[in-house]
Design a protein around this ligand. Structure first.
Ligand code: ADP
Length: 374
């Protein structure tokens, strides 16, 4: 057996994919493992791969950044081919897409002249897919960790503001006491301090409740205890709780509650939370302008409408504000974590209802909440 024949046998039975090339890039032969790897039909191998195909000018290899390496290999250099996903269809032939790496080795004659080049392929598809899946889950984990860090950072910042304000009140009182300033015990001074402290404590309680609700939503534990409720009564009750604050903010509130059936099945505490959140936002973003609350029946829904004449929301932002942490106000002095409306929407959805915001022309916003009639 001469050495050429010997080589052919080894080539054919090698346990890995091999392609024998001429220095001009033409394919002279492919072995069994090559056929098993690429699953390219025999007639295509005979009529295209072995006749027309040229590895040195395959556009797919250039597109995937390894054309240059291949051409170096064709000059007789030993080269390692970096991983690529080769898709036979992109070259216009049928076969299986594969992630491969490989080597090119020169075969030279006795005088050192390059006669052929061997191209080997190693199938790394399974490994690459497993690595990609691992990377994806690592990226997802990182995104979740970033979101958690952002959450902690926003919460801490928001909680610190009321604490600083309360601390200031008490530092001031302490200083007055130390200085023997009698005014510290005056009714006026104490009342002012109590009002401010209470307001900041309410704010902190609201923030902590929002944080707890977010955790409940994330773990699917935001449960509703549904009973029959009259939404007109609930609206009146909620509004009365805000009478003083609305007055202090100079907001004139009008209600338009006609006679009708306002009964829904819902969680009283949670629906009040939705209403309170909208009223709180009116206090924050309503700019002291008039506020109108209406009750209407629309098909099988009780509709509550809350219209303010405040800073308004651009029409393109009216959906975004219902996302977690989404704030569209440029007024950075107005506190909030951008969670209230997100939580409100989850509550309304748990009642099979709808909530959305509309741009009020010429100014302000209308929030609409619809809950199915009992
Ligand atoms: P927060 O008020 O705590 O930031 P919300 O989820 O309640 O969070 O509201 C999200 C954002 O929607 C607010 O930051 C604000 O930009 C906008 N927004 C809510 N209500 C109003 C309103 N009545 N007028 C103008 N903008 C509003």
């Amino acid at each position: 057996m001469d050495s050429v024949e010997n080589f052919r046998i080894h080539f054919e039975h090698a346990p890995f994919s091999m392609q024998l090339l001429s220095p001009s890039g033409k394919t002279l032969a492919v072995n069994r493992a090559w056929k098993a790897l690429w699953k390219i039909p025999e007639d295509i191998i005979q009529n295209y791969i072995l006749k027309e195909y040229n590895v040195g000018s395959d556009p797919q290899l250039d597109l995937k950044g390894i054309g240059e390496v291949i051409r170096r290999g064709l000059t007789g250099e030993v080269v390692e081919i970096p991983p690529i996903l080769y898709v036979p269809q992109e070259t216009g032939i049928s076969g299986d897409p594969k992630w491969v790496t490989g080597f090119m080795y020169p075969i030279k004659d006795k005088t050192g002249k390059l006669v052929e080049v061997v191209l080997t392929h190693q199938d790394i598809t399974a490994k690459t897919i497993a690595e990609q899946a691992l990377k994806k889950s690592r990226d997802e984990l990182q995104t979740a960790l970033n979101a958690r860090d952002e959450f902690i950072s926003i919460c801490s910042h928001e909680l610190k503001t009321p604490i600083t304000s309360i601390k200031l009140q008490f530092q001031l009182a302490e200083k007055m006491l130390n200085d023997g300033d009698e005014r510290v015990a005056s009714k006026e001074n104490l009342t002012k301090r109590i009002i401010t402290t209470n307001r900041q404590l309410d704010r902190m309680t609201r923030l902590i409740d929002e944080m707890l609700d977010i955790t409940r939503i994330n773990t699917g534990k935001l449960q509703m205890e549904k009973k029959s409720i009259n939404l007109k009564d609930l609206l009146e009750e909620s509004l009365s709780r805000f009478t003083t604050q609305l007055e202090i903010a100079g907001i004139e509130t009008t209600t338009d509650f006609p006679e009708g059936n306002w009964n829904v099945t819902g969680d009283r505490f949670r629906l009040e939370q939705v209403i309170s959140n909208i009223i709180t936002n009116t206090l924050k973003y309503g700019e002291g302008n008039p506020f109108v609350v209406r009750l209407r029946q629309r098909e099988n829904f009780v509709r509550m409408e809350f219209s303010d004449r405040g800073i308004g929301i651009r029409p393109e932002d009216t959906e975004r504000i219902f996302n977690r942490f989404e704030r569209v106000t440029s007024a950075t002095n107005i506190s909030g974590m951008g969670l209230g409306l997100f939580i409100s929407r989850q509550i309304v959805l748990a009642h099979n209802g709808r909530i959305w915001a509309e741009d009020n022309k010429p100014r302000g916003t209308t929030f609409v909440v619809e809950i199915p009639l009992s």
